[in-house]
Design a protein around this ligand. Structure first.
Ligand code: ADP
Ligand code: ADP
Ligand code: ZN
Length: 218
């Protein structure tokens, strides 16, 4: 059986969150999204949230040390025992090195690092159309994934939806630049460790999910 401790990498709006949620439900492993954790901290007004807020709005990366500390605590929680999907972390080589060190100390082995590859030209449309159920967090898209009944969440029946403050045309450019400059070097990093798998994320969501399931196995 293939292992279930994985990293999901890919550009902003590439479909990491969408796929991570599906894998979470399918395999009983937990999605660890640093972006979601940071947005929760911003909403709660914690010290971390206050520090991260402006950086996120500018489309830049939050400091490695803050992120590493956040993940370090999170993977110790009970729900990670069956496995986890790191969604949006690591995002720099320094974070990847810190992750290696931290997992080694905890005696945990990483099974794969999967890149969901999507060309830049697609991402703006994906990001601008994104919205989320305020109650359960299910993700939607104005064009590619509308609720079956307009204004009502398929999953929980909720009727309130939110859009991210950083999902606007101005910030997208900075986020893509951060991705190419700081995160893309992770692909050779994991390739060199024999962990990298690349899948084409520029296809229908269900087809992408099927590819991921074939990597993960039963
Ligand atoms: P996306 O949908 O663009 O992949 P995320 O929700 O993963 O976005 O991240 C949103 C923002 O949160 C990023 O632009 C960045 O400011 C911050 N962030 C999330 N994860 C990290 C990380 N691992 N390192 C640094 N900053 C991060
Ligand atoms: P990420 O977590 O990588 O930032 P999301 O999973 O939030 O990306 O996806 C960004 C937006 O694109 C969402 O509105 C989602 O519904 C939509 N989306 C995700 N995967 C696909 C796909 N394969 N085809 C079309 N739209 C997609
Ligand atoms: Zn919902």
């Amino acid at each position: 059986m293939a292992g279930k401790r994985l990293i999901l990498m890919g550009p902003p709006g590439g479909g990491k969150g969408t796929q991570a949620k599906r894998l979470q439900d399918r395999y009983g492993i937990v999605q660890l999204s640093t972006g979601d954790m940071l947005r929760a901290a911003v909403k709660a007004g914690t010290a971390l949230g206050q520090e991260a807020n402006a950086v996120m709005d500018a489309g830049k990366l939050v400091s490695d040390d803050l992120i590493i500390a956040m993940i370090n605590e999170r993977v110790d929680l009970e729900d990670c025992k069956n496995g986890f999907i790191l969604d949006g972390f690591p995002r720099t080589v320094r974070q990847a090195e810190a992750l290696d060190k931290m997992l080694k100390e905890k005696g945990i082995k990483l099974d794969s690092a999967i890149e969901v590859a999507v060309p830049d030209a697609r991402l703006i449309e994906r990001i601008i159309g994104r919205f989320t159920c305020a109650k359960c967090g299910e993700g939607y898209h104005d064009k590619f994934k509308q609720p079956k009944k307009a204004g009502v969440c398929d999953m929980c029946g909720g009727t309130e939806f939110t859009r991210r403050a950083d999902d606007n045309a101005e910030t997208v450019g900075a986020r893509l630049k951060a991705y190419h400059d700081q995160t893309a070097p992770l692909m050779p990093y994991y390739q060199g460790r024999g962990l990298l798998k690349v899948i084409d994320g520029d296809r229908d969501m269900d087809v992408v999910t099927a590819d991921l399931e074939s990597i993960l196995g039963t």
